[in-house]
Structures are given as C-alpha cells and as structure tokens.
Design a protein around this ligand. Structure first.
Ligand code: BG6
Length: 464
C-alpha cells in the first residue's frame, strides 16, 4: 500500500493553483509518478462545495495540463480533492482546520503557500494549532519577501516553525528541462567546457522575453516590477548555474556552494547609466489595479560583471520584459571572434518555448572562394512527440521532488538573501541617479535604450 500524505494548498482559488498546480497534479496522476496516496486539501475564502470546486477545476486541468485529458484519470484525482472554506488570515480559524484534518484523517503534511508573502506569517502562526503541522513540509511560492529586509524577517519566522530542510522555496525555472540541461551541455562536452571563460567568451546573454502583459496580476506586479519578479529569482538562478565552477559531486550542498560563490562575486556597477535600463510598456498604467502614475518597470536589462578569476571583465547581459511581441527564453554564449573576417561562434541554449540548442560557427562558402560564412545548426529537442510525453513540466517535477524530499532544485535561503541584496542595491542606485523608466511600444523588443546599452560596448542582443 502506498504511504499517505496530505497536500494542502493555501490560495486554492488563485491563478497559480488553476493554471499550474492542479494541472501538475493531474499529469502526475496520469504518469503514476507520485509515489504517495495524496489527499488534496484546497483552502480558499470563496464559498464552494468540494463537488463544485472539482467541476470548476476540470476546465482548467483540461486546458492547461501537458498531457491529454482523460475523464477517468481526472475523476481519480478529483475524488481526492476536498475544498475547505476558511479565511486563512484569521488565526482563530485554524482550530477548526485542525478538527477538519482529524475528520479526514490527514497526516504527513505538505503545505503549499500559493499566496502573497505578507500572508505567510499569519498562516504559520495559525498552523501552530494544527497537530503534526510542525513536522511537515512547506512549499513557498515566490516572491519570497519584497526586499532583503522583509525576506530575512520572513525567513526567520519560517525557520522558527518549520525545520529548515523542510522548507522548499520554489523557483519554477529550476524545474525547466533546458535549465536542468545547462550543466550537462557545458560539463559533458569538452568543446564547450574548455573554453567556458572570459578568455574565450565575449559575452553571455540571458533573455526572458514575454508576450503577455500583467493580465490579472496588476495589483501584485505594480509593487514588484521586472527586477523583483523575474531577475532576482529566475534569472539569477540561471546566471549562477551558467557561471559556476563544476560542483565536486552531484550532492545538493556542492551545487549550492558553487552557485553561492557566483552570487557573492557580483560586482556593483560603478556607472549605473551604462549598466542598466528599465522600461515600461505603453498602456501599462491603464491595466487593472495598476497605479495611474506608476513608475514600475515591466522591462529590465542589466550588464553585470563577476569578480572572479574565470569571468573577470566579461559582461553578462540579462534582460526580461513583458509585451515584447514574443515569448522566448534563452542563454546565448557569444564566443570571441578569432579574426575580423570571422563572426563569433554562438552557442544558444533555448529554454522555451522551443527547447533545444542552436550552434553557429564559421565555414568556407562552397566554390572557388575563401569567403567565410556561418553554418547554423539548430537542434530542436521539443519537436519530438517522445519529448512531449516524457518531459514533466516544471511544477510537476518540483512538486514530485518535494514529495520525495529531493532538495537540489529549490532555492536556498542564502542564495535568495544574496540576490535580494544585489537587486535592492541596483534599484536603489538607478533611482538615486535619477534614471528614467523608458517607455516602449507593445510588441517591440523593448526600449531602444537597451539596444544602445549593448552598442556602447560593441555588442548587440542575440535574437534567434
Ligand atoms: C513568474 C512571474 O514567476 O514567471 C511572471 O511572476 C512570469 O510574471 C512567469 O510571467 C513566467 O514564467 P514562464 O514559465 O511562463 O516563463
């Protein structure tokens, strides 16, 4: 018989639950990859019966699950969903929650906080009334805090209740197939690993372009902005994986130690105007729940340097933004060109929507000529049907890892703390220098100032 666990989602009627968590649980049901017999407790303030909630959830699962929809599989999962209505911001409501857990014979708790971080403390306080909660695990959705100070205070509260190794800070980019592949592409291939340094590489570009705007999340986003929403977490995680030294072993501690060293080596730019551009798409201020005079950035591009032997002097360019006309996430390694006639070799790790690797190198034009042209090899991993069936989505993979107690692909507090410190300092420097948030048209590739930023160093954004 499978061991039981109880997976409780706070924020069970929110976007994240419908779009990501329930579809992930459905995929796990379909693939049989969950070793536990899991009870799913959905907590929300709205008035649903379990039956009504299951009906509602069906449409979302059907629309967003990676695997095709099968009514019998959904029913199997739905039978294990119970909806529990409560105001989770009221500490006194948790005594009844405890009674409810008794009624349904809950145990082996895993709590998912799919709510804004300001609610974390009250939930933790309330869970003190729930038997067995303290020995359980907790999954925290980003953003973890709103600044270094807030994040540190929050962390202290979380660690005072849950054991630190039972806290899973989710960064769903760490569950993406091609993010997991970066280490293999680099370390398993001497053609790359031997030239992975500032001596051979001209620059490294990490881009996360989004087609969507803020949609229904204006209230949250307007207090966050692109730097805190994407860069502090997802993109700094990728940066630390791309730039780290090879971990001594696959053990989680070894990888985290190397990632930490990268974050600790980040240099604060001396000239912020030559290092950072913030932008806002036209029409953003008219989005629901966004302030009419908002200066929040929906686009950010930064030039970063690392103070260590491997990367000294070589720029990392990182950019992200909304309403950029396409969805594209990639890491481009632009090698130094060997001669004025030859172009740079480019290794482009394509994270999404296409997953694969693009490699550009120099060859001779066919015929009686010595002219150099570029060969462009494009390997699309996600184009195969097999890939689609075998590759779990980020949330599916990370929820599964948490159930099984595998911690490697979650953010650690020290990493989160360091990246907050750096992002806070960047934001502050930008403001103190009186730099504007540049406006850009929806559907373009970002403010022209971000193009000029790279042009100032003789570079340009690689667009594949
Ligand atoms: C989330 C951000 O963490 O990541 C969103 O809060 C963003 O603003 C999203 O849209 C992007 O995720 P993905 O997986 O679609 O690239």
């Amino acid at each position: 018989m499978r061991e039981k666990n109880t997976f409780t989602i706070f924020g069970g009627t929110g976007d994240l639950t419908f779009r990501k968590l329930l579809p992930a649980l459905y995929n796990m049901e379909m693939t049989g990859s969950n070793p536990f017999d899991t009870q799913i407790v959905i907590i929300g303030r709205r008035d649903y019966t379990s039956t009504a909630y299951r009906e509602l959830a069906r449409d979302w699962v059907e629309k967003f699950a990676r695997l095709h929809f099968r009514e019998d599989v959904y029913q199997r999962m739905a039978d294990r969903i119970v909806y529990y209505r409560m105001d989770f911001t009221k500490e006194e409501a948790y005594g009844e929650l405890n009674d409810f857990y008794h009624e349904i014979n809950a145990g082996n708790h895993i709590f998912y906080f799919a709510v804004a971080p300001r609610f974390f403390p009250v939930i933790v306080q309330g869970l003190k009334k729930v038997e067995g909660a303290q020995g359980g695990k907790v999954v925290l959705e980003k953003p973890f805090g709103e600044s270094l100070e807030a994040a540190a205070a929050l962390n202290e509260k979380m660690e005072a209740f849950f054991s630190p190794d039972h806290i899973y800070r989710i960064d769903h980019y760490l569950g993406k197939e091609m993010v997991r592949n970066i280490q293999t592409i680099r370390f398993a291939n001497p053609i790359f690993s031997n030239v992975w340094d500032a001596e051979h590489i001209e620059c490294i570009q990490i881009s996360a372009l989004e087609e969507v705007g803020v949609e229904t999340r204006g209230g949250y986003y307007d207090h966050s902005g692109a730097l805190k929403d994407m860069m502090q977490n997802h993109l700094f995680q990728i940066l630390s994986i791309v730039a780290m030294e090879q971990p001594r072993s696959p053990a989680v501690e070894d990888m985290h130690r190397e990632q930490m060293k990268v974050l600790a080596a980040l240099v604060m730019p001396e000239d912020i105007s030559g290092s950072m551009v913030l932008g806002q798409y036209e029409g953003y201020r008219g989005e629901p729940s966004v302030a009419a005079d908002s200066h929040t950035e929906t686009y950010a591009a930064v030039r970063l340097l690392l103070d260590n032997e491997r990367w000294k002097g070589m720029p990392f360019y990182i950019r992200t933004g909304k309403k950029l006309g396409k969805r594209e996430m990639q890491v481009a390694i632009v090698f130094k060109s060997p001669s004025p006639e030859a172009e740079s070799n480019i290794l482009n790790i394509r994270i999404q929507p296409t997953e694969g690797v693009y490699l550009q190198f120099n060859i001779k034009r066919p015929g009686e000529t010595e002219e150099i042209i570029q060969a462009k090899m494009d390997f699309c991993q996600s184009c195969s049907v097999e890939h689609h069936l075998n590759t779990p989505e980020a949330y599916e993979r990370l929820i599964g890892a948490c159930f099984k107690g595998e911690r490697s692909w979650f953010s650690q507090w020290d990493q989160v703390g360091l990246s907050w410190k750096y992002v806070d300092a960047l934001k502050d420097a930008y403001r103190r220098n009186g730099r504007p948030v540049f406006s850009y048209e929806q559907g373009c590739s970002g403010p022209k100032e971000a193009e000029q930023l790279l042009a100032g160093y003789g570079h340009s954004w690689f667009d594949k």
